[in-house]
Design a binder for this molecule. Structure first.
Ligand SMILES: Cc1cc2nc3c(=O)[nH]c(=O)nc-3n(C[C@H](O)[C@H](O)[C@H](O)COP(=O)(O)OP(=O)(O)OC[C@H]3O[C@@H](n4cnc5c(N)ncnc54)[C@H](O)[C@@H]3O)c2cc1C
Length: 423
């Protein structure tokens, strides 16, 4: 008779959140099984920007995975352009290789990774949790939900899914001489004609002569690929840079659409479970960085799970320290202030576009203001500091926005303050 192993930890999802958590837990002596519905080297829709903050938590990333080392951030907002010199060591990767590296690391520490294995059901018993999947089932002391955005699994856990933004991306190849134009920089493009509340990007993968070109928009519910293609064809700068681009297949994919959950999932822990990464809805709602928060949450979850195993306590009351720690490390000063700021500026397409243009004009004039853009992309400082500085410069921003838009911004700020005082 086959007897199921009682794992210390079952992890659903082998993205950065799940793979890094599996690595840390296995390294600390836990028995871990990681269930991943994709195959090895599966494609993940992502621009592949890993911030210095995220990198500082990871083991050294092998050179062969690093596609580029961006030293500059180029921001285009209509007719305004500025190039920022970045500090710190960010990298650009293809997620197919990067995530595989993380999953292999987990395996090398003793975690068992099961590919082509889709979790279908989660059943909580008195002394364990059972995950039923396409190849059988697993039993464990605790479950880590690292499944990104899965409506089905949120439902199984009885949790309301977090809000999300749509994002689409195309993978291209550029001739050698054209790659030079985009190499070593994050490029972001703002413009009301192709994006309401978000931006388009070119993130180079110079080593393979690739570029990931995408768009994220908090407002869009459909038609985003058409908007991306519009920008690729008609944007005066983007279209020029991609004039000789040809399709590139990355792990069999050259176009993809996905979602980025944000806004913090209402319940990120419960009896015998913890949610990490996108499943916890903790991506940054301004830069849309999700890997950094995923990695941070996995580190915090690991510390709490090790303690839970040591004390044999897996109830929600014990696991609430996960939320408390994550709140202190990430949510309080970073995610929550960024969510508030995002709400303030996402008034309408015209306002958002003017706001970004005004921010860029302020940066051109004021050296200190440039730090705001640098911090947003390096995460050298939590968003709280970015927001504080932006507020100090309100007059400068308003001056560039113009009187009509400025009045709208003030009334919006007043209303949100009023709403907050009534909460
Ligand atoms: C177009 C786009 C561009 C982006 N660019 C960036 C960027 O440049 N930098 C950045 O930091 N972030 C970026 N993000 C966000 C980033 O991709 C996510 O925040 C990040 O992947 C979150 O990691 P995760 O491990 O939580 O989830 P995921 O990476 O989504 O991993 C979840 C895993 O779970 C698996 N899974 C799902 N359901 C099941 C199931 N039922 N059973 C088994 N396995 C399952 C999936 O196959 C997947 O491998 C981007 C997102 C998009 C859509």
């Amino acid at each position: 008779m086959m007897v199921n192993i009682m794992w210390d930890v079952i992890i659903i999802g082998g993205g950065p959140a799940g793979a890094f958590c599996a690595y840390l837990l296995a390294r600390n002596g836990c028995s871990v099984v990681l269930l991943e519905k994709g195959e090895k080297f599966r494609y993940k829709s992502c621009a592949g920007g890993v911030t210095p903050r995220a990198l500082s938590l990871l083991p050294k990333v092998p050179e062969e995975i690093i596609e580029d080392r961006p030293r500059y951030l180029r921001v285009f907002a209509d007719d305004v352009f500025f190039e920022f010199k970045l500090r710190g060591e960010g990298i650009l990767v293809y997620r197919s290789k990067f995530d595989q590296w993380l999953r292999d690391l987990a395996e090398s520490e003793g975690a068992v990774v099961k590919y082509n294995t889709t979790a279908k059901d989660i059943v909580f018993a008195n002394n364990f949790v059972e995950v039923k999947h396409t190849q059988g089932s697993e039993e464990g002391k605790i479950l880590v939900g690292a499944f990104g955005y899965s409506g089905h699994l949120f439902k199984k856990l009885g949790i309301e899914p977090p809000p999300y933004s749509l994002a689409v991306q195309r993978e291209f190849k550029l001739p050698e001489e054209d790659i030079e134009e985009v190499k070593g920089a994050f490029e972001t493009y703002f413009g009301a004609e192709f994006c309401t509340f978000g931006y388009a990007w070119i993130f180079p993968k110079s080593k393979s002569r690739g570029v990931s070109v995408g768009i994220v928009d908090k407002e869009a519910k459909s038609g985003l690929l058409l908007k991306l293609d519009y920008a690729i064809k008609n944007h005066p700068i983007l279209s020029k840079k991609l004039r000789n681009a040809t399709l590139k297949y990355v792990s069999k994919v050259h176009v993809s659409a996905s979602v980025i959950p944000y806004g913090i999932t209402k319940k990120i822990y419960g009896d015998r479970f913890i949610l990490v990464g996108d499943a916890a809805g903790i991506a940054d709602p301004i830069s849309w960085e999700g890997m950094g928060p995923a990695i941070i949450s996995s580190k915090v979850a690991t510390d709490v799970i090790l303690k839970a195993i040591e004390e044999n306590k897996f109830d929600a009351n014990f696991l609430k320290s996960y939320y408390k720690k994550l709140y202190n490390i990430l949510l309080r000063d970073d995610t929550i202030p960024a969510l508030r700021a995002s709400k303030r500026v996402c008034i309408d397409a015209e306002f958002y576009s003017n706001f970004n243009k005004a921010m860029l004009l302020c940066a051109k004039e004021d050296k200190k203001f440039r730090e705001i853009f640098i911090w947003t992309f390096s995460r050298e400082r939590p968003f709280k500091y970015i927001d504080e500085y932006v507020r100090k410069k309100t007059f400068c921003i308003l001056k560039h926005i113009g009187i009509r838009n400025a009045l709208r911004m003030i009334s919006q700020a007043f209303l949100s303050k009023l709403r907050k005082s009534q909460e």
